[in-house]
Design a protein around this ligand. Sequence first.
Ligand code: SAM
Ligand code: DTB
Ligand code: SF4
Length: 326
Amino acid sequence: MKYAHIFWTPETAQALHDLPLMDLLFRAQTVHRQNFDPNKIQTSKLLSIKTGGCAEDCAYCSQSARKGAILSASKLIEVQRVINEARKARDGGATRFCMGAAWRKPKDRDMETLVAMVQGVRDLGIETCMTLGMLDDNQIVRLRDAGLDYYNHNVDTSERYYPEVITTRTFADRLDTLDRVQKAGIKVCSGGILGMGEAVQDRVDMLVTLANMNPAPESVPINMLMPQEGTPMADAKPIDPIEFVRVIATARIMMPGSYVRLSAGRSDMSDAVQAMCFLAGANSIFVGETLLTAENPEEDADAVLFGKLGLQAEGPEEQCSRNVAE
Ligand code: SAM
Ligand code: DTB
Ligand code: SF4
């Protein structure tokens, strides 16, 4: 179903978020069924192509080069290794391969390698996604022309809370890259993290920013903070899972045609909480035992969960037919 783009105010979004939970879940599941097969989940595989030593100071991230950092910096890995990992991901049933680098922005001397990665992965017949930090227009065009399908660049939180989390770049920097990526015709993957000490209003405002992008991001990852040793958020208080589910449901209703991804943090969630997230309209996950550096549920655990819930991984054909229909 194709929806007219709705402009959301913080007040309407907050009212939705605050509905009695059963009303919120019912509305989210109704919208979900109008747009997607409720028993199909899109699966993406992540690979860290350059780990640690990042110049940014994101308080949640183990890959920042801040004082006390535990991870050391690696170099950009070889193209062939990336292609081998992408082939394994494709053969295991994933339909998108997401390559992540711990950079503030790529250096021009790395572009040739990045372009070769996109081309090589694309040639395998799996969708490509990259997350490399800020991009200039020339870099965007080179990645697009190489066949990059998606660019991940999270807004992470509200504009108000942003400076509490990151001081080395602004919320406006983030929106600027997103806008230029979108205008160049690359699909956008953008979401955020919950459980960083933000207020409910910050979560709602983050969703308002995402939903008011025109078009809204095709993919919206909602991460639950995975507290990392050596970061300022190592001892953050976990978010109540019901509050997490509320945000997923609100995102589903505000962005009816987007894939909402239940992202980092699944390894700390029970099957019951994950099932509630799917009921609330999440229809994408990361598969495989590692995210970029942190843990993710084992493949066997996901197979058991999908079996229990009667869920199936979405195949490449179903994705193609959606893309054509839209
Ligand atoms: N450096 C690039 C950037 O920041 O855009 C790409 C990689 S970065 C690790 C990608 C996203 O992972 C972040 O925007 C954040 O939302 C998420 N992330 C990082 N560390 C996390 C953590 N400990 N828990 C949950 N999500 C996390
Ligand atoms: C996103 O929103 N979550 C992914 C992906 N986009 C790049 C990353 C999660 C990272 C979790 C911490 C880690 O693996 O280091
Ligand atoms: Fe660097 Fe990305 Fe981690 Fe921030 S989230 S420190 S930009 S790798």
